[in-house]
Design a protein around this ligand. Structure first.
Ligand SMILES: C[S@@+](CC[C@H](N)C(=O)[O-])C[C@H]1O[C@@H](n2cnc3c(N)ncnc32)[C@H](O)[C@@H]1O
Length: 264
């Protein structure tokens, strides 16, 4: 089982304190701690850039983790963001960090599967980053996202795909033992999204950008400050394994922008 850590909020509190981060927080101070995907908040900025989000938007973040992407969206655009995630510990920690960042008027989290999430109003945009590798039935999952969007609403994704050239080493950031690893190739992933009623606006291989981000970010070893590997079970091994797979060209990082087809 992955995402099985206990006492995440207490661990994060301690890590922040150990790094002198007491009192109010700025989301940027959490960049390598709460952006649970390759590329930190720069990747989030890249992912939402094609959509002109603003204060009138209602954004759904599916698989919101510790809430880094949701907070960054709200901070940058003024949009209201709802994060949903099946891991209760993570939604609790996301809520805690959001309060410490003073963003709780705009950002909230719910411990739920997307299928059981029933918003009062449909969302104008949805974002999902590094979750689809855990999803077995991808067409059904993207269909559930489409059902919660206005017609013409945006979906932006930042995901990892397999190039199919090698088996990925375990543990991975999204799977400890492989039983919940449902990574697919880029064509299959895009097919799952479009089969759920989305039209493709952009579908871009971002592997080179991510490689450069890794090289720049970790050129002097671990940057100062708290990091994901410090709170995640077996975090350092999982991070190293994905770094090695990335360097070997065994994964592709893909960014996509879709709109909900009005014909569905
Ligand atoms: C690698 S983390 C990414 C978190 C966040 N999107 C980010 O980029 O910081 C994957 C997240 O997906 C969540 N997750 C896995 N399967 C899910 C599902 N079926 N529905 C919602 N969330 C899911 C996990 O609990 C975890 O928080």
């Amino acid at each position: 089982m992955t995402y099985n850590e206990h006492g995440v909020t207490a661990t994060i509190e301690r890590l922040l304190e150990d790094h002198g981060l007491t009192g109010a927080l700025a989301p940027e101070q959490l960049n390598l701690l709460d952006q649970f995907h390759a590329g930190g908040y720069a990747a989030l900025d890249r992912t939402i850039e094609p959509v002109s989000l603003g204060p009138g938007d209602r954004v759904l973040d599916i698989g919101s983790g510790l809430g880094g992407p949701a907070r960054r969206i709200a901070q940058r655009t003024g949009a209201t963001v709802r994060g949903v995630d099946i891991t209760e510990e993570y939604t609790a920690t996301a809520t805690y960090l959001t309060e410490r960042c003073g963003l709780d008027a705009l950002v909230s989290f719910e411990h739920t599967d997307i299928a059981d999430h029933h918003p009062n109003l449909p969302y104008t945009a949805a974002v999902t980053m590094h979750v689809t590798m855990n999803i077995a039935d991808k067409p059904a999952w993207y269909r559930a996202i489409a059902d919660r969007l206005v017609d013409g609403g945006h979906l932006v994704v930042w995901d990892i795909c397999s190039t199919g050239q090698a088996e990925l080493p375990l543990p991975l950031p999204w799977s400890i033992d492989g039983s919940d690893n449902f990574i697919v190739g880029v064509d299959e992933l895009r097919g799952a999204i479009t089969s759920a009623g989305f039209d493709t606006i952009e579908w871009v291989d971002e592997s080179a950008w991510v490689r450069e981000w890794f090289e720049t970010t970790f050129k002097d070893g671990l940057p100062p400050g708290p990091g994901i590997a410090m709170w995640l079970e077996d975090g350092f091994t999982r991070t190293i394994n994905i770094g090695v797979a990335q360097a070997a060209g065994d994964i592709t990082i893909v960014r996509g922008h879709f709109t909900k087809s009005t014909a569905t």
